[in-house]
Design a protein around this ligand. Structure first.
Ligand code: HEC
Ligand code: HEC
Length: 188
């Protein structure tokens, strides 16, 4: 390879890196700050599967697949007849479709920072079923007293993300969009 080609190749690779990082920047939460070329988005991608959105929102907020690893979703989908004390069973075809969607979009396949941190916070052979008690999620909520969560009739459970996170359906969970029912906007 002569020198001109080599320089050309380097310029090309750097401009690809630059454009990728610009896409990431455009998509970032307002809370995050420019920390380097490879900073990632902090939005957990919104749901884009109609069957999942219908079937898995009958009793609660439809959680984005990016909150749990694939192994957790598989375990949950195998045991829907005993789902947190409820029977949430589906016909086989719906179960297969939803499982494929959850696995494909699970934390393992996400580049956003929240999914990455969640994966890092759990042991490789653990398959937790609750998002609300993941170490990362507990840490993020440790300043909120129980009277605002469990004892708050308008919230009832730490699993009720959308009661407080006004942008939850769009995958926006940064602390600036938080309003605790009965208490108002969250001030850090
Ligand atoms: C018949 C009602 C019902 C249906 C349908 C249902 N769930 Fe649930 N789910 C529950 C209940 C009840 C809980 C526990 C909620 C709580 O503790 O506040 C729960 C909890 C969860 C949690 C853990 C929440 C947390 O972080 O603590 C996940 C994840 C979940 N469900 C996923 C699903 C998926 C995926 C589907 C669709 C296949 C589904 N659910 C359908 C009743 C249901
Ligand atoms: C009772 C209200 C409430 C509920 C329910 C709740 N959150 Fe939060 N969440 C908050 C508040 C308040 C903060 C900001 C805490 C702080 O800044 O100390 C927060 C922070 C977060 C953060 C960190 C944001 C950041 O950018 O640092 C994440 C992620 C998050 N919540 C996800 C969830 C998920 C997922 C659920 C449901 C499983 C959930 N939350 C349920 C109130 C709630």
């Amino acid at each position: 390879m002569n020198k001109t080609i080599l320089v050309g190749a380097i310029v090309m690779v750097s401009s690809i890196i630059l454009s990728v990082s610009n896409i990431a920047l455009a998509d970032k939460d307002s809370e995050s700050h420019w920390g380097g070329t490879f900073e990632r988005t902090s939005t957990v991608p919104a749901i884009n599967n109609a069957l999942y959105a219908t079937e898995c929102s009958a009793c609660h907020f439809a959680y984005q697949p990016g909150w749990l690893p694939a192994r957790s979703w598989k375990k949950m989908m195998r045991n829907l007849d005993d789902h947190f004390g409820e029977n949430a069973e589906l016909d086989q075809m719906s179960n297969d479709t939803i499982t494929s969607y959850l696995v494909a979009e699970s934390a393992d396949h996400q580049a956003n920072r929240k999914s990455t941190k969640i994966l890092r916070s759990i042991r490789a052979n653990d398959a937790p079923l609750r998002i609300s008690t993941l170490p990362y999620i507990l840490r993020k909520h440790d300043e909120i007293p129980q009277r605002m969560i469990r004892d708050n009739t308008k919230v009832g459970s730490a699993a009720n993300c959308i009661a407080c996170h006004t942008g939850a359906a769009e995958g926006q969970f940064n602390e600036h969009g938080v309003t605790i029912p009965g208490y108002g906007a969250w001030e850090d």
